[in-house]
Design a binder for this molecule. Structure first.
Ligand code: SF4
Length: 412
């Protein structure tokens, strides 16, 4: 029960267990038919508790439902509780996820207040040492997760895959009469690593409903293949993300290409878009992109969407481009207040079009739309509300007047 209906054309969501990640009496459900969760990660130095708390707040306000922070040193672990306290004081209840590599077992043992302040631990089984040491370190982290009743993500990564497991699987493959190519064995090793470590966590006493899996790689087709395989071989909720996706449009396109194929097939319970920030760039970009992927696919709704034409030689000015951009920004900025005041506002569609060719038609299909004048057209901009032409705007104040009409529509 509780599995939402899928958008037209999409496969039903894959049934999974549900992991609950909570803080302060609120909780986020991952899997089990819950809406796909948006998450992000800070890029501040965790030892700077103020800067980290501010960025967590910004990401949460932008719509990140979980925020992961690096916990890499004793100094960082020491600050985690302070970060949590600052967030609590600001009434930001977003759960914090601790990202651990190499020394997580030591940090969680040495800093129990850190273990308690985090709502979930990310464990990378590929960089916990080798042999018995790896097994002991992993067991220590799972024991702490059980003690503090915290869910874990077992996050396997292409760049830090368990060397012993990979070597063993490569040897077995070489000895096989029909060996597969090395890339296929690596993909298989990722999946095997995730599943065997999850099974081991269960054997160590972790509740199976407290486990989320991920197998991140940096190439689109590999990611799709790995997650299809993973989803067929287990029923843990899955965290999707293309790791090292890259900068700018390349990172956005690659992430969207990979995740949309999987989401369309009902695979994926939480997503993170890993974008390399531009110098001085805004970390909230990855939250916006994640939301837009889910919303444009019809899986969730976060903020009213603006439909805008690309413009062409028929457009007489850049007014419509500026209007489309300013309206989308305005709508997004209003959402923290609007979403509690006007339930359902996030499903609203706004059209901003550049000329008469597609302008009136597209505007009629939207909840509210405007068709700006193109080259050679009468300098007026008809506005359409719920499919009906209402007023015609003219002059230099078109943008401001249209924004007022949108506001009135939302209030009404
Ligand atoms: Fe060009 Fe008009 Fe189409 Fe916009 S609606 S792309 S301005 S023809």
């Amino acid at each position: 029960s509780g599995i939402p209906s899928s958008p037209v054309g999409a496969s039903p969501r894959r049934p999974t267990r549900a992991a609950v990640v909570g803080w302060g009496g609120k909780s986020v459900r991952i899997g089990g038919g819950a809406p796909v969760v948006v998450q992000s990660m800070t890029n501040t130095d965790t030892t700077d508790a103020v800067a980290t708390a501010i960025q967590v707040k910004e990401l949460a306000m932008a719509g990140s439902e979980l925020v992961r922070i690096t916990v890499n040193t004793p100094e960082a672990a020491r600050e985690v509780a302070a970060i949590r306290e600052q967030l609590d004081r600001m009434n930001i209840s977003v759960p914090l996820v601790g990202d651990f590599h190499y020394n997580g077992h030591k940090l969680l043992t040495q800093f129990p207040e850190c273990a308690q302040a985090l709502s979930k631990y990310r464990i990378n089984p590929g960089n916990m040492g080798g042999g018995k040491k790896r097994d002991d370190n992993f067991a220590q982290m799972i024991e702490i997760a059980c003690r503090y009743d915290k869910p874990v993500r077992i996050g396997v990564n292409w760049g830090s895959l368990d060397h012993e497991l990979l070597a063993r699987m490569m040897d077995e493959n070489s000895a096989h009469p029909q060996p597969r190519d090395a890339q296929a064995v690596m993909r298989d090793a990722l999946v095997v690593s995730a599943i065997t470590n999850a099974q081991r966590a269960e054997e160590l006493g972790l509740n199976p409903n407290a486990i989320v899996l991920s197998c991140k790689v940096s190439h689109v087709q590999d990611l799709i293949t790995v997650y299809r395989d993973l989803s067929e071989r287990c029923d843990y909720p899955l965290h999707l993300g293309l790791t090292e996706a890259g900068m700018g449009s390349k990172g956005i396109v690659a992430s969207t290409a990979a995740l949309s194929v999987l989401l369309q097939q009902g695979i994926g319970d939480t997503i993170r878009i890993s974008l390399t920030p531009e110098p001085g760039g805004d970390r909230r970009r990855e939250v916006v992109v994640a939301q837009e992927i889910l919303q444009t696919m019809g899986l969730r709704a976060f903020t009213p969407m603006v439909v805008a034409c690309p413009g062409c030689g028929r457009t007489s000015s850049t007014v419509f481009q500026e209007l489309a951009d300013s309206i989308q920004t305005y709508l997004r900025e209003q959402m923290p207040v609007w979403k509690s005041r006007y339930p359902g506002v996030e499903t609203m569609n706004v059209a901003v079009m550049g000329c008469v060719v597609n302008g009136p038609g597209e505007s009629r299909h939207a909840d509210i739309g405007i068709s700006l004048p193109g080259t050679g057209e009468i300098p007026s901009a008809p506005v359409f509300v719920d499919g009906q032409r209402t007023v015609t705007l003219k002059g230099d104040g078109i943008a401001q007047e249209f924004q007022s009409i949108v506001e009135q529509y939302v209030e009404r």
